[in-house]
Write a protein of this length. Structure first.
Length: 548
């Protein structure tokens, strides 16, 4: 076959014409040392704190230390194949993860990559995991309840949307169970949930995911996992990944609940990282900024202020015009619409008024709440639910210690009906606990003390609740009403749970209007109280306490 010179020259001309002159400039560095998941890299002079860098084999790392002659990088994965002298590339990106409704129902790792075998996640948006918390002006007070479905919590230590309520206790006291019950109870409540598992066994996380799926809760939940076998940097960033995913809902006018299970393990992972990076240790060998690690995470939980604007009757509200924010926003917008005249009306911006509620979990050692990490997180949060080993082992579940547990939002996070019936409950139980300790040493007690002890025992029994059995708020209210108004005082303790369940069944069958009125009005007025008293008396007359 003979080649003609003009054909060859045409081919060469075409190739020259199609030659792409684009040059890809990438700043690279060299690995000086590597070990224990930390690499020191020379040559990345312009690297940013928190920036992602790429090692050979598409393994990523996060820049944590910026020093004069090198940068300290935490390797996000297995560092076994990284060698001294390897080339490392800057990406120019701060650590970011996918966010959006596409992640709901999925199980992902600390980098937002799916690990549930259901294929890739087609998320439309990415967000940095480290963002500044909303300021004071952009927030509003916590006034809306976030029902957990647990009588003891909703009555005595209420949680509101936008609150940060710490769940604290020794290992095996039911901390995760409380959190999972809270997620299950959000079904149909217009709430998205994010469960962050830090440093837990894979089998434990698998059980949690299965429980959520079995109760239909995975449909509105994202699970972020940084297991016990994962590298310390992945355990450290997992909560930030979870809160970033939750913030997407908060910033789009929706409501989200994030559970960090648990922050003690995150603090241990951060201590490991800091010591390996040769940062100076402080109390209990934790670095000096471990408080800031938790405060910048938990401050991102907030109830955002509603924002109002003025627009045409048939127009969608946008931020193009004047935006009114704060306690009087609606009133000011309505006033402005009146002044503008025509078809102008006040409308709420759809991406405002969202909330992000946080339930961090902390594990104590031997009930010591005065240790370094527990005191840090107690001081950041808006109250704590303290779960006690002794109560748990004696069959009181959830094992909430009423004396130490507190909600700094209090009655603001309860509907009026719950405030009405639960007002005396906390006081009666606290007095009962004190009296119980005293009564152990007394041989004969006066009638008033005996009555107080009997009431306390029955209220304690009433507040016991099985796992994965959240109770709707109206049913909680009628059960607590029966307890605090003396309808259980003459019943034997073994009959309390049966009385409660049979009375609720009786109400649903015969007096459904009572539960409906509590749900619609949110308070117990004189007529409803009479009706409830009548129903309790009618049912008590037919109830057989001796029957097992």
């Amino acid at each position: 076959m003979q080649l003609r010179a003009e054909e060859i020259s045409n081919i060469i001309k075409q190739q020259i014409a199609n030659y792409d002159k684009a040059v890809d400039v990438v700043e690279t560095g060299t690995v000086l040392t590597v070990g224990d998941g930390i690499a020191r890299i020379h040559g990345l002079e312009s690297a940013m704190a928190g920036e992602l860098v790429e090692f050979p084999g598409a393994l990523m790392g996060m820049v944590l230390n910026l020093e004069s002659d090198n940068v300290g990088v935490a390797i996000l994965g297995n560092s076994r194949y990284i060698r001294e002298g390897d080339t490392v590339k800057r990406t120019g990106r701060i650590v970011e993860v996918p966010v959006g409704k596409e992640l709901v129902g999925r199980v992902v790792n600390s980098l937002g990559q799916p690990i549930d075998g259901k294929g890739p996640i087609e998320a439309k948006e990415q967000r940095r995991i480290e963002l500044k918390a909303p300021g004071i002006i952009g927030r509003q007070p916590v006034t809306e309840p976030m029902q957990t479905g647990l009588k003891a919590i909703d009555a005595m230590v209420p949680v509101g949307r936008g609150q940060r309520e710490l769940i604290i206790g020794d290992r095996q006291t039911g901390k995760t169970a409380v959190a999972i019950d809270a997620i299950i109870n959000q079904k149909g409540q217009n709430m998205f949930c994010v469960y962050v598992a830090i440093g837990q066994k894979q089998s434990t996380v698998s059980n949690v995911v299965e429980k959520l799926r079995a109760h239909g809760a995975l449909e509105y939940t994202i699970v972020v996992v940084a297991g016990a076998s994962e590298a310390a940097p992945l355990q450290f960033i997992a909560p930030y990944t979870g809160v970033t995913m939750g913030e997407y809902f908060r910033d789009n006018g929706m409501h989200a609940l994030v559970i960090y299970d648990d922050l003690s393990k995150q603090a241990v992972a951060y201590r490991e990282l800091s010591l390996l990076l040769r940062r100076p240790p402080g109390r209990e060998a934790y670095p000096g900024d471990v408080f800031y690690v938790h405060s910048r995470l938990l401050e991102r939980a907030a109830k955002m202020a509603e924002e109002w604007t003025v627009c045409g009757k048939d127009e969608e509200p946008t931020r193009k015009g004047e935006v009114f924010m704060g306690g009087e926003a609606k009133h000011e917008a309505e006033k402005a619409a009146k002044e503008a005249g025509g078809d102008k009306v006040a409308k709420k911006l759809p991406d405002s008024g969202g909330s992000l509620t946080a339930l961090p979990i902390i594990e104590t050692q031997g009930g010591d709440v005065s240790a370094y990490i527990p005191t840090n997180v107690i001081s950041i949060t808006d109250g704590q639910i303290f779960l006690e080993s002794d109560l748990f082992n004696s069959g009181v579940r959830p094992a909430i210690n009423v004396g130490i547990s507190v909600s700094r939002v209090g009655g603001n996070a309860q509907i009026k009906a719950m405030k009405q019936v639960a007002g005396t409950l906390r006081l009666e139980l606290a007095q009962f606990r004190a009296m119980q300790a005293f009564a152990q040493f007394a041989s004969d007690l006066d009638a008033a003390t005996q009555q107080q002890l009997a009431r306390g025992e029955r209220l304690t029994e009433l507040l016991k609740q099985g796992q994965y059995q959240p109770v709707p708020v109206a049913e909680q209210i009628v059960a607590i009403f029966a307890g605090t108004h003396g309808y259980l005082d003459k019943l034997p303790i073994h009959a309390i749970k049966r009385f409660e369940s049979e009375f609720l069944s009786y109400l649903k069958a015969e007096k459904k209007s009572i539960l409906e009125t509590i749900n619609s009005k949110g308070k117990i007025d004189g007529d409803l109280e009479k009706e409830l008293d009548g129903a309790l008396e009618a049912f008590s007359a037919t109830f057989e306490p001796g029957k097992k």
